[in-house]
Design a protein around this ligand. Structure first.
Ligand SMILES: [Zn+2]
Length: 238
């Protein structure tokens, strides 16, 4: 099932039109759920609009009336976690609006089958690149430690390393896209302490390897050593 609309005569900015499209998609999803009896376990909605995704995920609700009203409707129909990013080049919805030589509507085309990534596990689906556009690239100064890590933002806005080429494709999602944590932060320290104690106050390399399955922490070995040195139980055991 698909729906498409032409742009209204009254001027609307591109992000606002993309927001209208997102609401249309959310309503269409509801219609599809209500109109058949197949059991549905998971629901996802993809948009190529990074602005709309950021509005949907934003904890702040201080939007202008137009946006606030539609985001409210979208969130009454869907959960923010259902929303995923689809790169524009892989967006089958563009077949209708960007008509050209390459547009194919045969039964084995992307229009009917969806983008190829849909046939892979969700962990292999595209995620939003923070450094994709010039505009966003300016958000990360070259002096920042994040800059060299080619960060990406996941569905929840958590900053992760883009591990699509670095790690094996069969690795777990968290291992492929480890969450970037600052080495000085209290939470990072608590987390490493927790790994240290839950892994039996033992071997440093075990702790380092386990943390790396989910997180990227600069100077991790130093922090793991410090957690062991400051641990009361380890002090008593010595
Ligand atoms: Zn200990």
């Amino acid at each position: 099932m698909a729906r498409s609309k032409v742009a209204p005569v009254k001027y609307l900015s591109v992000p606002r039109m993309e927001l209208q499209a997102a609401l249309l998609g959310a309503r269409l999803m509801r219609t599809i759920i209500e109109c058949h009896t197949l059991p549905i376990n998971e629901r996802y909605i993809h948009t190529d609009s990074e602005v709309v995704l950021s509005w949907i995920r934003s904890p702040s609700r201080e939007f202008k009336q137009f946006v606030a009203c539609r985001i409210g409707k979208i969130l009454s129909l869907t959960e923010p976690t259902m929303w995923r990013h689809v790169p524009t080049k892989q967006n089958p919805a563009d077949c209708l609006t960007k008509w050209g030589k390459e547009t194919q509507l045969e039964t084995d085309s992307q229009w009917f089958k969806g983008p190829p990534f849909l046939y892979l596990p969700p962990s292999n689906w595209p995620i939003q690149k923070i450094l994709s556009g010039k505009k966003t690239e300016q958000n990360i100064p070259t002096t920042s430690v994040l800059h060299s890590l080619s960060p990406v933002s996941d569905t929840f806005g958590v900053i992760r390393i883009d591990g699509r080429t670095a790690n094996a494709e069969y690795a777990e999602y968290d291992a492929r896209y480890p969450i970037i944590l600052p080495k000085q932060h209290h939470i990072t320290r608590l987390l490493i302490e927790d790994y240290h104690s839950s892994l039996g106050h033992g071997n440093r390399e075990t702790v380092v390897n386990e943390v790396r399955q989910r997180f990227h922490v600069p100077s991790l070995r130093t922090l793991v050593d410090r957690a062991a040195r400051d641990c009361q139980r380890c002090k008593i055991a010595k």
